[in-house]
Ligand binder design. Structure first.
Ligand SMILES: NC(=O)c1ccc[n+]([C@@H]2O[C@H](COP(=O)([O-])OP(=O)(O)OC[C@H]3O[C@@H](n4cnc5c(N)ncnc54)[C@H](OP(=O)(O)O)[C@@H]3O)[C@@H](O)[C@H]2O)c1
Length: 237
């Protein structure tokens, strides 16, 4: 069923006979989520929410708008009484798809730099979500689970691993925030998203978090970015 998460009528229709929900909230505004939460409360399913490892439980003000929205959403769902199972994900490997156009045109990826993180394969996040959605109620721990990949990687490390998968020598060029902003706006990305991404690149703190939560929940170790790159190489040629 296709529908807009901010349309309560569409959400109500989508929730008929549903007993478990994997909730992804990709918006930068939590306001419409109040109506969504009311619909979910009525349908009373199990809720698994996809959040971010960058959420800091000890700080009401998060590092940037993307992390703030996840902290706000976790609180909103709790307050609505939904007791979500929270999956906090590290940087998704699939973000690298945003480099595909540049790598089809040349050997350099130019973009805003970010601190190193343990980039996680989105297929592992999906496998964890499926495991939690299907777990017997008696086995359910509400987390938050911290889903990371097995190694800390900079943007340059990721580009180098893509190069190995493609058999090419690739380079990452860190672009200053002002220029990165201008490029992203020229690409047609929405202004609020561009500002959120720039803010994340400037303010997201360095992380050395690596956990075994993917393995604990799926029974197999988290995949490497090198494997992701090998599996997706064709998209960059
Ligand atoms: N990317 C990361 O590194 C990362 C890390 C941790 C957590 N997260 C979180 O994971 C979620 C997904 O991230 P992402 O990077 O994969 O995001 P994304 O590429 O922007 O994908 C968002 C998805 O949500 C859909 N969508 C957007 N607005 C919608 C609406 N009003 N109703 C229904 N669907 C809507 C989009 O559909 P269309 O394609 O049809 O527009 C798209 O499939 C976000 O909440 C993000 O904050 C991401």
């Amino acid at each position: 069923m296709v529908g807009d998460l901010t349309d309560p009528t569409a959400v109500r229709a989508a929730l008929v006979n549903v007993d478990a929900v994997f909730l992804v909230w990709p918006l930068l505004d939590a306001t419409p989520a109040h109506a969504l939460a009311e619909e979910i409360v009525q349908a009373a399913p199990r809720v698994v929410y996809l959040s971010s490892t960058a959420v800091d439980d000890h700080n009401p003000d998060q590092s940037d708008p993307i992390v703030q929205i996840h902290a706000d959403m976790e609180a909103l769902l709790q307050k609505a009484g939904l007791r979500p199972v929270v999956l906090r994900s590290d940087t998704l490997a699939s973000n690298a798809r945003g480099w595909a156009a540049q790598l089809r045109a040349g050997d350099v990826v130019a973009g805003p730099d970010f601190p190193r993180t343990a980039v996680v394969d989105e297929r592992d996040v999906a496998a964890v979500a499926a495991a939690v959605l299907l777990a017997p109620h008696t086995h359910l721990d509400h987390g938050p689970y911290l889903l990371t990949g097995p190694e800390l990687l900079s943007r340059a490390d990721q580009v180098a691993r893509l190069g190995s998968a493609l058999g090419r020598r690739l380079r990452f060029d860190a672009v200053p925030a002002e220029l990165a902003r201008a490029h992203m706006l020229a690409d047609g990305r929405p202004k609020a998203l561009v500002e959120a991404l720039i803010s994340a690149s400037l303010h997201r703190p360095e992380s050395n978090l690596i956990t075994d939560h993917v393995e604990r929940l799926t029974g197999r170790p988290a995949g490497t970015f090198a494997r992701w790159a090998a599996d997706h190489a064709a998209e960059f040629r």
